[in-house]
Every structure is written in structure tokens, then in C-alpha cells.
Design a protein around this ligand. Sequence first.
Ligand code: ADP
Ligand code: C5P
Ligand code: MG
Length: 219
Amino acid sequence: MISHFFPVLSQRVSHVLYRVALMMKPQVVFVLGGPGAGKGTQCSKIVENYRYTHLSAGDLLRAERGREGSEYGQLIDSYIKEGRIVPVEITINLLRKAMEATMQKNEKNFLFLIDGFPRNEDNLQGWTTVMDEKANVKFVLFFDCSNEVCINRCLERGKSSGRTDDNRESLEKRIRTYLESTRPIIDQYEKQGKVRTVDASRSVDEVFADVKAILDKEG
Ligand code: ADP
Ligand code: C5P
Ligand code: MG
């Protein structure tokens, strides 16, 4: 009975493989910056104006935390409150699945803004292991602003975001994680000439004007 279905199954698998082979290699822009620097805000504006798909690692982790039956809910919850970076095995799978689902919907959707990743050495290694051959990192879009601006924006966001980490205690830890773990990753990409830095302390529209100039030049 089961063998009856195998030919159909293998036909479907080869059809999917054929379509995957036809797809463009995903082109990725990593979006980094301190907590509250405006990564999500600017990514939304990019999506309105360009053919990019926005994937926020934090949003994917929060969704996984809330997914019924997830084995990682509690772990993710405690990492987020503590401002720590979740082990990459979890995050990279969420990102890979989201990228695959996006491209399966429409093969023209091969441009990705990956927001809030890679945030530490573990994230970067996970990307290199799982995704390096599958996707091309075009550059890193770095939203640069002071810790003070970051903290104030997150505290303001915390009035309505419902986020468990938009409070002063979590923010101190998130800033520390950013300085100790994420900045060195940005520095590594900087040495490769792959960082495009934007002064994120200005108004949303002023920041976006710079973002546009970068994307219009680099695609
Ligand atoms: P991130 O994704 O980097 O954590 P968000 O895009 O969520 O940052 O922005 C954090 C908070 O700051 C939000 O409440 C947002 O509305 C606000 N915000 C974003 N960009 C600016 C800006 N350029 N000036 C003032 N407030 C901003
Ligand atoms: O980017 P965002 O502010 O939404 O991230 C919120 C939290 O999600 C981080 O402070 C961290 O605990 C977790 N996160 C992570 N790994 C990532 C991105 C986010 O562990 N790559
Ligand atoms: Mg965000």
C-alpha cells in the first residue's frame, strides 16, 4: 500500500529539487545595531520601497517562544529576559525555514534583510556552517547610535510593546551583550570592508534617506 505512493512522492521531491535549483541564490543584508537603534523601523521602510523580505531573529525567537508545543519556549524566554543570545542551533533553523518558506512562495523573493543577526561569535559560526554555501551576504547595514539613545528608545517602546526586555534591568544586560559580543562581529565585517554605517541617532526619515542612498547604490 505504502509503496503505491512512492513514485508520486519521488516525482514531487524531484520537482521541488528542480525548482530549488532554478531559484536565485538568496542575497542577504545583515542588519545590526544596539537595542532600539531602529533596525525594525528602518527594515519596515525598506520593505515598503524595495523587494526585500524582512526577517527579524528576535521576532522569530519570540514567535517560537509562544508556539504551542515548542520545546524551546522556556529557554528562549529566560535568554530574552537576561539579554543573552540564544544558542544558534535554534535561531539558524528558524531563519533557514523562514527563508525557504519565503522563496517557496515566490522565487523572486530572494532578497533578505536579516535583522538582529549575527549577534555573537556563536551566531556567526552557525551561519557559516549552515548557510554560507546557500546564501550570499552582500553587506552589513549598521545602525550606529549611543547607548543612551538606545536605552531611551527602548524604555519609550516599553510603554506599549509588552516586551519582557524593554525595562531598565534587562536593557543594561542587553547593552552589555551588545558591546561585548555584537560589536566585535561588526568589527570583523568592517575589516572585510562589508559594513555600511548609518548615523541612527537622527529622525526616522533622516536615517532612511541614508539607507536609501546605500540601497540605491548597492541594490
Ligand atoms: P530595534 O529593532 O533596533 O530594536 P526599533 O525599530 O524597534 O529598534 O525602534 C525602537 C523604538 O524607537 C521604537 O519605539 C521606534 O518607534 C523608535 N524609533 C525608531 N527609530 C527612531 C528614530 N530614528 N528616532 C526616534 N525614535 C525611533
Ligand atoms: O533584536 P531584538 O531586540 O528583537 O532581540 C531581542 C532578544 O532576542 C535579544 O536580546 C536576545 O535575547 C534574543 N536574540 C537572540 N539571538 C539573536 C537575536 C535576538 O538570542 N540573533
Ligand atoms: Mg527589533
